[in-house]
Structure formats: C-alpha cells, structure tokens
Design a protein. Structure first.
Length: 178
C-alpha cells in the first residue's frame, strides 16, 4: 500500500481526534508511523491500524474504513482539485476513477496497486460498481463515494448486494444519489 494512504489516515485521525490519538494507534500496533507518500508499505500495516481503531472505538473495521474514506475526501479534493472540477455530480466523478484518477495516481506513485472498477448505469439512475481487489477494501471505497457525495452536495445511498467479505467473488456496490 502506498504511503499516501497512511498519510491521509494520519491526517484524518489527527484532524478529527488528535495527534495523540494517532500516536496511541501506532503504540497499539507497534508500528513506527514513518510513512512517506511515495513509499510502499505492507498491507498488513493498514489492517493493523484499522483493527486498533476498531477496538478503540468499539466499531467494526468496515465502519472505520468507511469513516476514513469519507473524511479523507475533502483532503483529496484540496490536494487534487483537477480531479474534481470537471464534474458536476458524484456519479460522474466516481465513473472517472478508472480512466482519469487511477492512471494519474500511478504516475504520481509508481507501483500503486489501484483497484479496477466496473460500472453499469441502470435505467433508474442507479450506478452499479463492481470492485475486485485482493485488499478487499470495499468499505473504504464506499466511504470515498460518500465523501464525494458530501463534496458535491449530494446524499449518497450505497448498498452492497455482493461482497467478498460474504464469500462473493467480487464486491458490487449499488450507488444512488438522493
């Protein structure tokens, strides 16, 4: 996992709780916390941090990931406004991830293992998003979608009809803007 994700997590935890809370998470996991944005780190480190936060907050890890994704989105919008400005709404932005955002992420962060999404527009306005990644961070993706909704002033309804955490071969998120 690229260090930029760890940097985002640190900033979100520090902004929403405190620097001490971030240090407490590092202490609970035994991790050093020395993450550079361009560095690559074992996926297990993010898993340990999420597990420690889940224990501290008495929440499921999936809820911690959703919270993180949603609260990281304003930081991403500030750091990378060019990814957001061409879009008028959340669904347009979400559909740009494969074609625009992830290729740029790979340029900025060599070796980034970005997931690939499959999209299907439904007649009722729902967007089906297929997600398949060995990291199984579909809850983080959901949080990013909800955070994008906040950015564009839309309330997003996201459901998981299929999920790798329930034994399905890939996740499918049903996304509707309300």
């Amino acid at each position: 996992m690229k260090g930029v994700i760890f940097n985002l997590l640190e900033r979100v935890v520090a902004d929403k709780y405190s620097e001490e809370t971030w240090e407490d998470l590092l202490d609970a996991t035994g991790l050093s916390g020395a993450y550079t944005s361009l560095g690559s780190y074992p996926d297990e480190e993010i898993e340990k941090l999420v597990a420690a936060a889940a224990t501290a907050l008495n929440l499921p890890p999936s809820e911690v990931l959703r919270w993180f994704g949603r609260n990281a989105m304003p930081l991403l919008a500030t750091a990378y406004p060019a990814f957001f400005t061409p879009h008028k709404n959340t669904l347009s932005f979400v559909k740009s991830v494969n074609a625009i955002i992830h290729p740029e992420v790979r340029k900025l962060y060599a070796g980034a293992g970005c997931p690939h999404f499959h999209f299907e527009d439904r007649e009722d306005g729902t967007l089906l998003m297929g997600y398949n990644s060995p990291r199984k961070l579909c809850a983080l993706a959901q949080g990013f979608i909800e955070g994008a909704g906040d950015h564009f002033g839309q309330k997003m309804q996201v459901e998981h009809p299929h999920c790798m955490h329930r034994g399905d071969p890939r996740c499918e998120l049903s996304i509707t803007a309300n």
